[in-house]
Design a protein around this ligand. Sequence first.
Ligand SMILES: [Fe+2]
Ligand SMILES: [Fe+2]
Length: 232
Amino acid sequence: MALYAIGDLHLSFQADKPMDEFGKIWRNHVRQIEKNCNKMITDDDTLVLVGDHSWGRKLSDCEKDLEFIENLPGKKVLIRGNHDTFWDAKKTAKLNDLYKDRLFFLQNNYYPYGDYALVGIKGYCYEGHDSEEHAAMLVEREAKRLKESFEAARKDGFEKFVMFLHYPPTSLWEKTSRFTFMADAYGVQDVIYAHCHGEARYHDSLLGKVNGIRYSLVSGDYLRFRPFKVMD
Ligand SMILES: [Fe+2]
Ligand SMILES: [Fe+2]
Protein backbone atom coordinates (compact mmCIF):
# COMPACT_ATOMS: atom_id res chain seq x y z
CA MET A 1 0.00 0.00 0.00
CA ALA A 2 1.44 3.37 -1.01
CA LEU A 3 0.26 6.95 -1.34
CA TYR A 4 1.01 8.83 -4.57
CA ALA A 5 0.24 12.35 -5.77
CA ILE A 6 0.30 14.27 -9.02
CA GLY A 7 -1.45 17.49 -10.06
CA ASP A 8 -2.38 19.41 -13.18
CA LEU A 9 -3.35 16.67 -15.58
CA HIS A 10 -5.14 19.37 -17.63
CA LEU A 11 -7.09 16.78 -19.61
CA SER A 12 -9.15 17.80 -22.63
CA PHE A 13 -10.84 14.72 -24.07
CA GLN A 14 -13.94 16.86 -24.71
CA ALA A 15 -12.29 20.25 -25.28
CA ASP A 16 -10.06 21.56 -28.02
CA LYS A 17 -7.13 22.44 -25.80
CA PRO A 18 -3.88 20.78 -26.88
CA MET A 19 -1.25 21.21 -24.17
CA ASP A 20 1.71 21.04 -26.60
CA GLU A 21 1.55 24.81 -26.95
CA PHE A 22 2.88 25.06 -23.37
CA GLY A 23 6.20 23.46 -24.32
CA LYS A 24 7.56 20.15 -25.48
CA ILE A 25 7.39 18.67 -21.99
CA TRP A 26 3.60 18.48 -22.53
CA ARG A 27 3.86 16.44 -25.74
CA ASN A 28 1.82 13.23 -25.30
CA HIS A 29 1.46 14.03 -21.60
CA VAL A 30 -1.76 12.01 -21.28
CA ARG A 31 -0.06 8.85 -22.56
CA GLN A 32 2.90 9.49 -20.24
CA ILE A 33 0.58 9.80 -17.22
CA GLU A 34 -1.23 6.63 -18.17
CA LYS A 35 1.98 4.69 -18.77
CA ASN A 36 3.69 5.86 -15.56
CA CYS A 37 0.62 5.30 -13.38
CA ASN A 38 0.11 1.80 -14.75
CA LYS A 39 3.78 1.00 -14.16
CA MET A 40 4.02 2.41 -10.62
CA ILE A 41 0.61 2.15 -8.96
CA THR A 42 -1.39 -0.93 -7.91
CA ASP A 43 -5.04 -1.18 -6.91
CA ASP A 44 -4.00 -1.29 -3.22
CA ASP A 45 -2.46 2.18 -3.57
CA THR A 46 -4.06 5.62 -3.29
CA LEU A 47 -3.47 8.33 -5.88
CA VAL A 48 -4.31 11.96 -5.04
CA LEU A 49 -4.94 14.21 -8.05
CA VAL A 50 -3.96 17.67 -6.87
CA GLY A 51 -6.29 19.86 -8.97
CA ASP A 52 -6.60 21.23 -12.52
CA HIS A 53 -7.99 17.95 -13.80
CA SER A 54 -9.91 19.15 -16.83
CA TRP A 55 -10.35 22.03 -19.26
CA GLY A 56 -14.08 21.34 -19.40
CA ARG A 57 -16.20 24.10 -17.87
CA LYS A 58 -19.26 22.07 -16.88
CA LEU A 59 -19.47 18.53 -15.52
CA SER A 60 -20.96 17.31 -18.81
CA ASP A 61 -17.81 18.64 -20.56
CA CYS A 62 -15.52 16.72 -18.19
CA GLU A 63 -17.06 13.26 -18.11
CA LYS A 64 -14.45 11.67 -20.36
CA ASP A 65 -11.62 13.33 -18.41
CA LEU A 66 -13.03 11.99 -15.15
CA GLU A 67 -13.46 8.58 -16.79
CA PHE A 68 -9.76 8.64 -17.72
CA ILE A 69 -8.88 9.36 -14.06
CA GLU A 70 -11.28 6.65 -12.90
CA ASN A 71 -9.49 4.13 -15.12
CA LEU A 72 -6.07 4.86 -13.60
CA PRO A 73 -4.96 2.24 -11.04
CA GLY A 74 -5.54 2.68 -7.29
CA LYS A 75 -8.10 4.61 -5.27
CA LYS A 76 -8.44 8.09 -6.69
CA VAL A 77 -8.88 11.18 -4.50
CA LEU A 78 -9.32 14.60 -6.14
CA ILE A 79 -8.92 18.16 -4.88
CA ARG A 80 -10.13 21.31 -6.66
CA GLY A 81 -7.83 23.35 -8.87
CA ASN A 82 -8.42 26.89 -10.14
CA HIS A 83 -9.48 25.50 -13.55
CA ASP A 84 -11.94 22.95 -12.13
CA THR A 85 -15.08 25.01 -12.68
CA PHE A 86 -17.09 21.79 -13.09
CA TRP A 87 -16.76 21.33 -9.31
CA ASP A 88 -19.09 23.69 -7.48
CA ALA A 89 -17.54 24.07 -4.02
CA LYS A 90 -20.95 23.80 -2.39
CA LYS A 91 -21.83 20.58 -4.22
CA THR A 92 -18.95 18.32 -3.23
CA ALA A 93 -21.31 15.89 -1.46
CA LYS A 94 -23.35 15.60 -4.66
CA LEU A 95 -20.22 14.75 -6.68
CA ASN A 96 -19.29 12.15 -4.09
CA ASP A 97 -22.74 10.57 -4.44
CA LEU A 98 -22.49 10.58 -8.23
CA TYR A 99 -19.02 8.99 -8.28
CA LYS A 100 -19.44 6.79 -5.19
CA ASP A 101 -16.82 3.97 -5.04
CA ARG A 102 -15.20 5.39 -8.20
CA LEU A 103 -13.71 8.80 -7.31
CA PHE A 104 -13.50 10.68 -4.00
CA PHE A 105 -13.77 14.48 -4.03
CA LEU A 106 -11.83 15.92 -1.10
CA GLN A 107 -13.16 19.14 0.40
CA ASN A 108 -14.86 19.86 3.74
CA ASN A 109 -14.25 16.17 4.45
CA TYR A 110 -11.26 13.82 4.74
CA TYR A 111 -10.06 10.54 3.27
CA PRO A 112 -8.52 7.86 5.50
CA TYR A 113 -5.17 6.40 4.50
CA GLY A 114 -4.04 3.87 7.16
CA ASP A 115 -3.80 5.90 10.37
CA TYR A 116 -3.47 9.16 8.41
CA ALA A 117 -6.25 11.50 7.37
CA LEU A 118 -5.80 13.12 3.97
CA VAL A 119 -7.19 16.67 3.97
CA GLY A 120 -7.23 19.06 1.05
CA ILE A 121 -8.52 22.25 -0.51
CA LYS A 122 -7.82 24.47 -3.49
CA GLY A 123 -6.05 27.02 -1.28
CA TYR A 124 -5.02 30.40 -2.63
CA CYS A 125 -1.94 32.58 -2.92
CA TYR A 126 -1.57 36.12 -4.21
CA GLU A 127 -0.30 36.12 -7.80
CA GLY A 128 -0.97 39.74 -8.66
CA HIS A 129 -4.19 39.03 -10.56
CA ASP A 130 -6.53 40.59 -8.00
CA SER A 131 -6.43 43.01 -5.08
CA GLU A 132 -4.64 41.98 -1.90
CA GLU A 133 -7.94 42.39 -0.02
CA HIS A 134 -9.70 39.97 -2.37
CA ALA A 135 -6.82 37.49 -2.08
CA ALA A 136 -6.97 37.71 1.73
CA MET A 137 -10.71 36.98 1.62
CA LEU A 138 -10.15 33.88 -0.55
CA VAL A 139 -7.36 32.66 1.75
CA GLU A 140 -9.70 32.99 4.75
CA ARG A 141 -12.49 31.10 2.99
CA GLU A 142 -10.16 28.26 2.02
CA ALA A 143 -8.60 28.14 5.50
CA LYS A 144 -12.09 27.76 6.99
CA ARG A 145 -12.79 24.81 4.69
CA LEU A 146 -9.47 23.23 5.59
CA LYS A 147 -10.15 23.63 9.31
CA GLU A 148 -13.48 21.82 8.86
CA SER A 149 -11.63 18.89 7.33
CA PHE A 150 -9.02 18.72 10.08
CA GLU A 151 -11.70 18.91 12.75
CA ALA A 152 -13.84 16.20 11.10
CA ALA A 153 -10.81 13.89 11.00
CA ARG A 154 -9.83 14.70 14.58
CA LYS A 155 -13.36 14.01 15.76
CA ASP A 156 -13.02 10.53 14.24
CA GLY A 157 -9.77 9.97 16.15
CA PHE A 158 -7.14 10.85 13.53
CA GLU A 159 -3.97 12.50 14.79
CA LYS A 160 -1.75 12.18 11.71
CA PHE A 161 -2.34 14.24 8.59
CA VAL A 162 -1.20 14.77 5.02
CA MET A 163 -2.38 18.13 3.66
CA PHE A 164 -3.03 18.83 -0.03
CA LEU A 165 -3.41 22.28 -1.63
CA HIS A 166 -3.72 23.08 -5.30
CA TYR A 167 -2.12 26.52 -4.99
CA PRO A 168 1.33 26.82 -3.39
CA PRO A 169 1.12 27.30 0.38
CA THR A 170 2.86 30.71 0.26
CA SER A 171 2.93 33.67 -2.13
CA LEU A 172 6.27 34.61 -3.70
CA TRP A 173 7.50 36.91 -0.92
CA GLU A 174 6.10 34.92 2.00
CA LYS A 175 7.94 32.48 4.24
CA THR A 176 4.78 31.61 6.16
CA SER A 177 1.04 31.85 5.50
CA ARG A 178 -2.35 31.00 6.97
CA PHE A 179 -1.84 27.50 5.50
CA THR A 180 1.67 26.89 6.85
CA PHE A 181 0.45 27.97 10.32
CA MET A 182 -2.38 25.43 10.06
CA ALA A 183 0.06 22.72 8.96
CA ASP A 184 2.18 23.52 12.04
CA ALA A 185 -0.81 23.67 14.38
CA TYR A 186 -2.20 20.27 13.31
CA GLY A 187 1.20 18.56 13.22
CA VAL A 188 0.98 17.74 9.50
CA GLN A 189 3.64 15.40 8.14
CA ASP A 190 3.56 16.48 4.48
CA VAL A 191 2.18 19.45 2.56
CA ILE A 192 1.70 18.62 -1.12
CA TYR A 193 0.82 21.27 -3.71
CA ALA A 194 0.71 21.76 -7.50
CA HIS A 195 -0.26 24.64 -9.86
CA CYS A 196 3.30 25.88 -10.62
CA HIS A 197 4.11 25.27 -14.28
CA GLY A 198 7.39 25.86 -16.11
CA GLU A 199 10.89 25.92 -14.63
CA ALA A 200 10.68 29.59 -13.76
CA ARG A 201 7.90 28.81 -11.27
CA TYR A 202 9.11 25.57 -9.68
CA HIS A 203 10.69 27.47 -6.78
CA ASP A 204 7.83 29.88 -6.12
CA SER A 205 7.07 28.37 -2.72
CA LEU A 206 8.40 26.09 0.02
CA LEU A 207 10.24 22.91 -0.92
CA GLY A 208 11.80 20.32 1.38
CA LYS A 209 11.70 20.31 5.20
CA VAL A 210 10.49 23.47 6.93
CA ASN A 211 9.72 23.32 10.67
CA GLY A 212 9.78 19.51 10.47
CA ILE A 213 7.14 19.43 7.69
CA ARG A 214 8.04 18.23 4.20
CA TYR A 215 6.76 20.49 1.39
CA SER A 216 6.54 18.92 -2.10
CA LEU A 217 5.53 20.31 -5.47
CA VAL A 218 3.72 17.76 -7.62
CA SER A 219 2.59 19.70 -10.72
CA GLY A 220 2.55 17.30 -13.66
CA ASP A 221 5.29 18.97 -15.70
CA TYR A 222 7.54 19.35 -12.62
CA LEU A 223 7.24 15.58 -12.07
CA ARG A 224 7.59 14.86 -15.79
CA PHE A 225 4.25 13.13 -15.34
CA ARG A 226 5.57 10.46 -12.93
CA PRO A 227 3.44 10.38 -9.75
CA PHE A 228 5.29 11.34 -6.56
CA LYS A 229 5.34 8.67 -3.86
CA VAL A 230 4.40 10.38 -0.59
CA MET A 231 4.76 7.28 1.59
CA ASP A 232 4.41 3.50 1.71
FE1 LIG B 1 -2.38 23.84 -13.68
FE1 LIG C 1 -3.69 25.72 -11.23
